[in-house]
Design a protein around this ligand. Structure first.
Ligand SMILES: Nc1ncnc2c1ncn2[C@@H]1O[C@H](COP(=O)(O)OP(=O)(O)OP(=O)(O)O)[C@@H](O)[C@H]1O
Length: 221
């Protein structure tokens, strides 16, 4: 993103953001409540239109970007259920849709990716349960698993550790560590880096809609 500006309800929330996330980066986006972190990640994905500046995903503006299987996004708040009952496994399997050619039934590779994703978030034993009956934290893990199932090159997660206990935070760090080791790109909105700290290649501090500071681990070492 270069010079990105965005407004919500007539109020400018992004005030000229320059941010480049490179392949293989594990970026932590930090900042106080209301700094614009969620709006920034949504704007990077083309979910919030820019009023000025520009942004590109793999070199293409979001409106023209087609390779959505390369990315996955785990929003901070869960989309309202929509009243459609689905099992945990069905929700996670929906993360494969962008990868599958249309009308083709799920392959062994699809099923294996869903199994791995369920294992990674510790929900393998809940696969047949109704997703909408799980707790908020478990539903968040379902959304993370759905993102992992698509085996994206880049993952964007908005506050995946909010309200999450220490054990699950360490489990998430293990998952992110495996992604990083595989050369994947990860952008995380965080309140604090916690167990993810050793994995982070760059921290970006946002305040009042602007990037105030960027740090790499070498700088703080
Ligand atoms: N849909 C909306 N309409 C109007 N204003 C909004 C909307 N969503 C967010 N805002 C406001 O925009 C500002 C930035 O919000 P944003 O959610 O991007 O911040 P954040 O840094 O992610 O905060 P938090 O850590 O609390 O999630 C806040 O002042 C918020 O109240």
């Amino acid at each position: 993103m270069t010079g990105g500006r965005a407004a919500l309800d007539g109020r400018e929330v992004l005030r000229g953001v320059d941010l480049t996330v490179r392949a293989g980066d594990v970026v932590a986006l930090l900042g106080p409540n209301g700094a614009g972190k969620s709006t920034l990640v949504r704007a990077l994905l083309g979910l919030v239109p820019l009023t000025a500046g520009r942004t590109e995903i793999y070199g293409v503006p979001p409106a023209r970007f087609r390779d959505w299987h390369r990315l996955a996004y785990v929003p901070q708040r869960l989309p309202a259920g929509g009243g459609v009952p689905a099992t945990v496994r069905e929700v996670v399997a929906s993360g494969r849709i962008a990868r599958r050619s249309r009308w083709r039934p799920a392959s062994a590779a699809d099923r294996a990716a869903v199994d791995r994703a369920l294992e990674a978030v510790g929900l393998a034993g809940r696969a047949r349960d109704s997703a909408h009956l799980l707790s908020g934290g478990q539903q968040q893990r379902v959304m993370i698993a759905r993102a992992l199932a698509g085996e994206p090159e880049a993952l964007v997660m908005d506050e995946p550790n909010a309200g999450v206990d220490a054990e699950r935070q360490h489990a998430l760090a293990a998952t992110v560590g495996a992604l990083a080791a595989g050369g994947r790109t990860v952008l995380l909105v965080l309140h604090e880096t916690g167990p993810l700290a050793p994995l982070i290649t760059r921290t970006v501090h946002l305040d009042d809609g602007r990037v105030r500071r960027e740090e790499t681990p070498e700088m703080s070492a």
